[in-house]
Design a protein around this ligand. Sequence first.
Ligand code: C2E
Ligand code: MG
Ligand code: MG
Length: 740
Amino acid sequence: MSRPAEGIPEPRHRLGLAALAGRGRETAVGGEDGPCGPDVVGGLAAAWAEAVAGTSYVSMSRSEIEQHLAGLTRQLVTALLAEPFDPTPARQVGAAMVAAHFTGTETLNRTVALLATELPARLGLFRDGCQGPVVERVAAVQGALAAGYAEALRQRTLDEQEAISQAVFVARDQTEQALRASEARFRAVFAEAAIGIGVGDMAGRILEANASLLEMMGYSLEELRQRNVRDFMHPEDAASVWRLYDELVHGQRDHFRVEKRFFRSDGEVIWTHLTVSLIRDDRGHPTYQVAMIEDVTDRHLLQERLRYQALHDPLTGLPNRALFLDRLSRAFETGGRDGRVGLCYLDLDGFKVINDSLGHDVGDQLLVAVGQRLDACVSAPGRLVARIGGDEFIILVERSGSTQDVVVIADHVLAALEAPIRVGEHELAVSASIGLVERPVHGTTPADVMRDADITLYWAKSDGKAKWALFDPERNAREVARFTLSATMPAAIERGEFYLDYQPLVRLSDGQLVGAEALVRWRHPEFGLLAPDRFIGLAEETGQIVPLGRWVLREACRQARLWQDRFGQRAPFISVNLAVRQSRDPSLVADVAKVLAETGVEPGRLQLELTESAVMGTADEPLDALRALSAMGVRIAIDDFGTGYSNLAYLRHLPVHELKIAGSFVEGLRASAADGSHVVDARIVGTLVSLAHALGLGVTAEGVETEAQARRLDDIGCDSGQGWYFARPGPPDQITRLLS
Ligand code: C2E
Ligand code: MG
Ligand code: MG
């Protein structure tokens, strides 16, 4: 502030003002009575104080103000009178006014006016015609004071602003610090989170991503920022993923959580748990989306692997039964009204032999090789080859066009297995039996199809090896009925559902009733009255014929005893059919003996009818049984003679008493046919009869339906006849009536 104030003119005249001022008074400037003496200065200060009174708010009394201004007045006077003249100290006076808060708007005005009038006047400077230089000096002092004042005021304003801004800054700094602290905490969480976090705007532009996310995805932040969320669509994303995303960006939901896979920058796929949340602004408008992405690839792969293991056969790597059943059910669910499904159920022929003879290792390798061949020859979209049991494979055709489709596959499979399979040093010939089922899914169930495939495989097996069989509902219905019958037979015997009809055996020479054949019937609660051909064969297969035959024998003998009691010697013998299986039953002889003993029927009144196959070409035991029965006095008859081996010469060695000639021979004797075939038949029967008689056997003709047949048979020499001509099989009363 000591430099000369700009724009303040240097005094044009250099004259000794101090001298001027002191003239006549002889007083030095600073002396007691000089221009700076207490009178002059005090007067000036009082006038100054008077001029500025009330223009500024200063915390001083009037006398303190005067005292303060007196100091400043002295400086001004000194500056005005100084030689050489320098107005600069007046600047300090201006600055001092500001410092003492003489800063009211009128204060400077009045001070400057006072300097122009009172200061020179009181110093007596307007005397002696030197007004010009005085005015110039006063103006310079005024200017310097005003400049110092303005400068100080400006500085003070600046200082005040600075103080305010400093205060504001400090205040702001403190809030910022708090904010920064919370932001830092947030940043740390964001940056160091193990989970990937990304922030995007509502258009899907990626704005931020933390280190975990970058590492997970294999991108730099810059690369990610150039991408859109939708770029991360995976072709196999569930449709729901992007539907949920759309709902979120349209503000219809606030978050969603899905399992989703992503492509990394290197093309690798990662599996994640993705949670996306919507961030709204103060007014609730969607502004950002935040994605939290957890890499669960390892967990997922493990699960996949476990799932794979659960659904595949470890030996062949083929789908297992569980996967097959799952796909089968799905084929049903998605098949709709017109969908069809096909199964080829395949079982290796003779696998057990290979396994048992060459060992399980060879067996295992063979299964692997078969699995490969099947897969190679069958595999196509919509088809599944599964291993569902030891040597059982199944081929599922999910959308079959027609039955022909599965037939073609079965042919391919049989052809593919024709070439031997090499396992170690073994060349193994394998074949398979295949059960085929092909049908619309509508109206059936997976369980039905599986059951029918199983049945059909069984048919294929029993038809011979290396064959396929196609499911046939009629055959199945028959078999089901047969199965039902055989399953219910034991209970039926106990419930008394069986009964016997009796058909007379008549002596041809005089028409005398000599015997009665017992023929079993089943009054079935569901199927009605069943003839023996419906259930005897079945009973033979299942073995039920043994208890059933025992019941027939006892029932027939019970009836025979009644006739025996009533008619004595005229009572008919009873003829009971024995199935092959019964004839081979070791307890046959004992059973017969027991029944005869229990019922008291004479053994000679019991005849047992056996077919030729039961007595011919068999081992010794059954013949021993027949011999034992014969020795007991029981008669043995060969039933339906002529339909089997018809080895008359062999009969010589057998304990047989009667031949029953099958109805088919008798048929030819019905009448005189135009071609003369009746003559041939008559000759055959005639030969049979004479040969039988030569062996000491009696002959009964079956199926006698007409009087002519009966007469002819009598002419030929046949002993007895049985047939509708005499009587149809009927209840025992019929026999009783005929005898009475
Ligand atoms: P089968 O022993 O040859 O019995 C004679 C069959 O010829 C009977 O049929 C009888 O009804 C029928 N028949 C009798 N006269 C005539 C005729 O003039 N013309 C024609 N066309 N048929 C006639 P059914 O009762 O149906 O018995 C069929 C077969 O069932 C029997 O043939 C027999 O082999 C077997 N069977 C019947 N009952 C038993 C039984 O208790 N045990 C065993 N193991 N088999 C039995
Ligand atoms: Mg018979
Ligand atoms: Mg017969």
